[in-house]
Every structure is written in C-alpha cells, then in structure tokens.
Design a protein around this ligand. Structure first.
Ligand code: HEC
Length: 640
C-alpha cells in the first residue's frame, strides 16, 4: 500500500492535476487522504514487521516468545543473521519514509514524494531476500529467480497498492462534480489503466518464473497444498484481470467521448470506482493466499499426493505417435486462435469450421494419447526418502527375505513357496519390465498391496523408510540380474543403475557418485584373491587412462587383506550390495563400465566369451561411454 500510494501520487494524481489548474483545493484534500493512507500503512508495516522479527527469533532460537523479548536473542538475530540484516535495512527505510511523510504533512515538497516512492519501493522489494527467490541455487537460470521476485513484488505494490488511492480519488472527484474535475478524473483513470496493464504483464511473466522454480511440475501443482493454493491464486488473478479489462474496454471509452454529456461521464467515473473496489477486494484474497503460501514449503520440496487415478506416461506412446501428437497440439492451438479471432470479427460461419477442426483434432489426439494414459496412485510421484545407495540396499535385503520371499521367491523370480496357491502369479521382480514402473507406484503396491488384492500391503508392518529400502533392494537386484546378462558391447539402451557406495583409498574418503561426475568408471569386482596381473596391466596404462577419461575402482567382495593398484576398502554393506552385480560363474572377476549416471554400459567376466577386454578396447569404450547422454537423475539416483 505504501508503494502503491506513492506510485499513485507521482505517476497518476500528480500529472492529472497538472492539466487542470482550477482544482487545487481538491488536490490538497486528496493529498491529505493519501498521507493518511501512507501513515497507516507504515504503522501496519512496522507493527507486523516487529512481530515477524520476534517470531523468527523465537523460531531460530527455539525459545518461547516471552524469553525472546527478555533475553539477548533479538540482538543476535539482528546482528548475526541474514534475516536480521535485512530487517535492519528495512527499519532504516521506515525511518526515511517516516521523515518524508512528516515533511509532507507541512508542505507539498515534490522531492519528499519521490524519495518516499524510492524508499517504499526498496521496502517492498527487500521482501524478496526473505523469500524463496534468494535461496534458489544450483538449478539452471537460478540467477533470474531473485530479480523476478523483486519485479513481482514491485508490480503487486504498484497495481494493488494504488487501487485504494484510486478509489478514494474517484470518490473525492465525484463529490466535487466540477467540469475541471472530470478532466482530471479522466486523465487519472487513463494513466491508471496503463499502470495496470504494465503491472499485470509483469506479474504474469514473473509469476511464471516463480512457478517454474517453486512448483515446476504438474504433480507438484496438483498434488501439494502449495500448488493447489497457487492454482486458486492464479484463478483469482485471472478474475482480477477480467474485471480490469472490463474497466478498460467498457467505461474508459464512455469517459473519453468528448461529445457525451457530463452526467454520463460522471456515471462512468462512479462505475469505474465500483469496479476498482471489486478488483481490490479480490486482490485482498490473493494476498491472503500469498501469505499462507509463504509459510508452506514450496511444491517441489514436498511429496506430491497425486489426486487422479490416472496419469500420462509418454514412454507408453510410440515415438512416431508422439511426433504426430506434437503436430496435433500445434494445429489445435492454431485452430483455437482462429476460432477466437473469427468470433471477435463476428464471422460466425468460419468460426463453425474452426470449431469442427478443433473437434476432429481433439478426437484424433485422444485416440493417439490413449495408450499413454496409465493407472496412477496417490504416491506415483513420490521420490524415495532413501537414496539409491549401498546402505539402503543392504537394509532392504533382510526385509525382503522376511516379507516377500514366500511369494516372490528368494531370487525374486516369482516362485516362492506360496506362489502356486495364489490366484495370480507373483510378479517376477528381475525382469526389465520392473524398470518401467515408477518407484512411486512400487511404493504404493508395497504399502497398500496390488490392485487385485492378492499381494498384501505392508504399511502397518514396515515404516516408510523400510519400504523405500525394500524398493532400492528390489531395483538393485533386478539391475544386477540384468547386468549379469549384459554383453561386452557398449549399449546405450536400458540404463541399469549401480547403487552409490562409499570407499576409502589411500586413507581418503570418496564415493562412486563423486567419481562418475568426472567421467566413466571401470568397476573391477573380484572374489577372494585380487587379480593382480590384471590390475597391474590397467595400472600400466598410466596417463593413457586419464587421456581416455577412465577411472578404475577395484573392490574385493570377500573381506580381504589383499592390496594392489586401484583396490579400495569398503564396508560390509557395500560388499553385499555389489555382490548382486557379479555371478558366481564369472571366473573370479567381473568388470563393469559405468557412465556418468553410474549406469552399467558394458560388462566383462574372466570366464566369459572373449574374457576381459584388452586395454585398447577399454580405452575406446571409455570414450564412447563418456559421450552417452545421462538423463537427469531423480531423487532415487536413477531416472524413470
Ligand atoms: C502374498 C504374496 C505376496 C507377497 C507376500 C508379496 N507379494 Fe509382491 N506381488 C504378489 C503378486 C501376486 C503380484 C502381482 C500382482 C498383479 O499382477 O496385480 C505382486 C506384485 C509385486 C510388484 C509389482 C511388480 C510388477 O512388475 O508388476 C512388486 C514391485 C512387488 N510385488 C513387490 C513386493 C515386495 C517388495 C514384497 C515384500 C514386501 C512383496 N511384493 C510381497 C504377491 C506377493
């Protein structure tokens, strides 16, 4: 309101009054009212700002409010936290604004109005540093989030904050009813209309940027309270725009037709005032929602509960059909635009043709989309709370033996002792088909059972973390099983992820995930005895390894005292996990080539046809593997 009042003062009322000299009395009356609005807004700002500080201090220190007020917590928060620094800057701005308002109480000094405008703009913009915009890091285009937030705040203040001054202004002018007054009212509303348009465009653009950073995905929009409130906010905002455009298209022309009589023009002014009041009241609701949203974690940081029983899985649609769908979407958008255009031009026969086009395209699109519409569950878009790494996989192992073996079998082949007695065969959990499922879907089945009720749910028996451990184990075992059938030829097809693991080498800690970031990794898995000759051979490559971008890690799967080049020390859970990726008939050694996403791209065994790769092949393969694009890994460490 502070910012809006001064925007109104500087850009709307000021220039409008300059046109008509005769209404100075009115201007003084309006100035007094604007000053009153500014003072009360400032007081509200100071009171709520102080409350906010105390609450944050209590939150940070974990002390009750009364203790915060008595102790030195406030001083620490003010001097040693980012929030406190911002708060002090805001307090300084409040003093500047208060000074300007005091001056304006005595005389109409333009400089004071402009300084107050700048200070109040800085006051509202400074809120961006307390918001999510300032915390966005490590994502593409993070640098535009903060500026977008600042512009969003400035545009909100300019538009919404200037509405109340506008209403007051129209009321004052309406009471006066002089011929000069109508000129001023007309000039001011035209200017306000331009301000509104600019602000709305800014709000739309910057709002899109914010949505992208904070809600980002459709599940986050539909499935979190944050996203749902955001949608309500957008709907209210759209209503405000509708009201404002009515304002522009209906009443402003009535005001500007010079020929129309004064009575009609005054009626238009009153209608404009009523309209602005509706706009402002919707705006209050929008702000209330923003207030609630501000206290919630952003949509992308909470698990979205998917509200629908189906979802779209583009993977289920054939590639050629997907291309066709892209074309249909473009044609549909064009048809839609033409429909709107012909309605606008009142060429209804053409409209009918375009609507027919929309129906036909919609029909074809629906048929093409059909196979991609699959069953979904509330947890479909959940991300795992347990990262896809050796400790979690190892924790899942005994849980599987205890709960799942009866039906799915010790090896996961679907042949447990109970299997034959069931009406439906338990799924084979080692087939490639397992990777087609979203982990969120698996989480639902393990928690609440299969759709047909044959598989029971384990939500009562196992904690959510344990269920995620189980899923990590099932995924790792399937990856291991499939990898054991992988060939020595580099494949770009299905991605089989190796779980992350930690190791110690030359007394330094490292993890697989850190290593693969730098390039491909050759994992050498060996049984009791280290394959010294092979490791020496690899070590002999020396700088040629680095030139090909290949790194080597050798892990003994039995606790061993052997040492040699590349051999690292690992914990027992890592040994148990990596054992899933080695068959007992590998002749004592398995080598896996991993891409930058830790997916297995080629596999060799000592006993396989052709044996282990010769060094020239290894180096050439490493260059190829380095060029395989890696899908952005999800929370679980592998992409779906
Ligand atoms: C009472 C027997 C039974 C038990 C116990 C059981 N399952 Fe199942 N499971 C099934 C059956 C039957 C299906 C196939 C359901 C279907 O086709 O709708 C299945 C399907 C699945 C699927 C879906 C696989 C796919 O590809 O469709 C997963 C994942 C799964 N089970 C995991 C587990 C895990 C993990 C456990 C242990 C916590 C477990 N199951 C315990 C019987 C069982």
């Amino acid at each position: 309101m502070l910012e809006g009042t001064f925007v109104f003062w500087c850009f709307i009322a000021g220039p409008a009054f300059r046109r008509a000299q005769a209404v100075h009395g009115l201007q003084a009356r309006l100035d007094r009212r604007l000053l009153a609005i500014a003072w009360s807004s400032l007081l509200v700002g100071v009171a709520t700002g102080a409350t906010w500080l105390v609450m944050v201090a209590s939150n940070m220190s974990g002390m009750p409010l009364s203790a915060v007020l008595r102790g030195g917590v406030l001083r620490i928060v003010l001097t040693q936290t980012r929030f406190g620094e911002d708060w002090l800057i805001r307090a300084a701005l409040v003093l500047v604004i208060a000074g300007c308002l005091a001056v304006l109480g005595y005389a109409r000094k333009p400089a004071a109005v402009w300084i107050a405008l700048l200070a109040s703009a800085a006051f509202i913009a400074s809120l961006a540093w307390a918001g999510h915009g300032a915390a966005t890091e490590n994502v593409p285009f993070a640098a535009i989030h903060l500026p977008a937030d600042i512009l969003h705040l400035l545009a909100t203040g300019a538009w919404l904050g200037a509405l109340l001054p506008l209403i007051l202004f129209l009321v004052v002018m309406g009471h006066d009813g002089s011929p000069d007054g109508i000129e001023v009212a007309q000039a001011a509303t035209l200017r306000f209309s331009t301000l509104g348009l600019t602000s709305v465009a800014t709000l739309l653009l910057t709002g899109l940027v914010n949505t992208w950073f904070l809600a980002g995905t459709i599940p986050a929009l539909l499935g979190t309270l944050y996203g749902q409130l955001l949608l309500v906010k957008v709907a209210l905002f759209a209503t405000m725009i509708a009201v404002a455009s009515l304002h522009r298209s209906r009443f402003i022309p009535r005001l500007t037709t010079v020929a129309s009589e004064a009575g009609l023009r005054w009626r238009a002014v009153r209608q404009l005032g009523a309209n602005a009041t509706i706009e402002a009241s919707i705006g209050v609701f929008v702000l209330a929602i923003v207030g609630i949203i501000g206290t919630l974690p952003p949509g992308l940081h909470t698990e979205p509960r998917w509200p629908l029983a189906f979802r779209l899985d583009p993977g289920e649609i054939a590639a050629s059909t997907r291309t066709m769908l892209d074309v249909i979407v473009v044609l549909f958008a064009l048809c839609f635009a033409f429909t709107a255009f012909t309605i606008h031009r009142r060429r209804y026969r053409e409209t009918a043709a375009f609507i027919a086009g929309l129906l036909v395209l919609g029909g074809i699109g629906w048929v093409a989309l059909r196979p991609g519409i699959v069953r979904a569950y509330p947890t479909s878009f959940y991300a795992s709370t347990q990262s896809y790494a050796a400790p979690s996989v190892a924790r899942g192992m005994p849980l599987y033996a205890e709960n799942c073996t009866v039906c799915h079998g010790a090896e996961g082949l679907g042949n447990g002792p109970l299997a034959r007695k069931l009406p439906t065969r338990p799924a084979n959990l080692t087939e490639p088909h397992l990777f087609a499922h979203k982990i969120g879907d698996m989480f639902w089945w393990v928690s609440h059972g299969s759709d047909n009720g044959v598989m029971p749910g384990f939500a009562d028996k196992l904690t959510p973390d344990q269920r995620w451990d189980l899923i990590n184990f099932v995924v790792a075992r399937a990856a291991g099983d499939l990898a054991n059938h992988a060939s020595s030829q580099v494949t770009t097809a299905a991605a089989l992820p190796l779980p992350d693991f930690a190791f110690e080498q030359n007394h330094a800690q490292n993890t697989l995930s850190q290593m693969v970031k730098k390039g491909p990794v050759l994992i050498v898995l060996f049984a009791a005895r280290a394959p010294r000759a092979r490791l020496e051979q690899l070590a002999g490559l020396g700088p040629r390894l680095g030139a090909a971008g290949l790194q080597v890690v050798a892990v003994g799967l039995d606790p061993t005292t052997d040492n040699g080049p590349f051999i690292v020390e690992v914990a027992n859970d890592v040994r148990a996990t990596l054992a899933l990726f080695r068959s007992t008939t590998d002749g004592g050694e398995t080598e896996l080539m991993l891409d930058r996403g830790a997916n297995i791209r080629a596999r060799w065994t000592a006993s396989g046809a052709g044996g282990l790769a010769d060094t020239a092949t290894l180096l050439a393969d490493a260059v190829r593997v380095a060029s395989i694009p890696v899908a952005a890994a999800n929370h679980a460490g592998h992409a779906h």
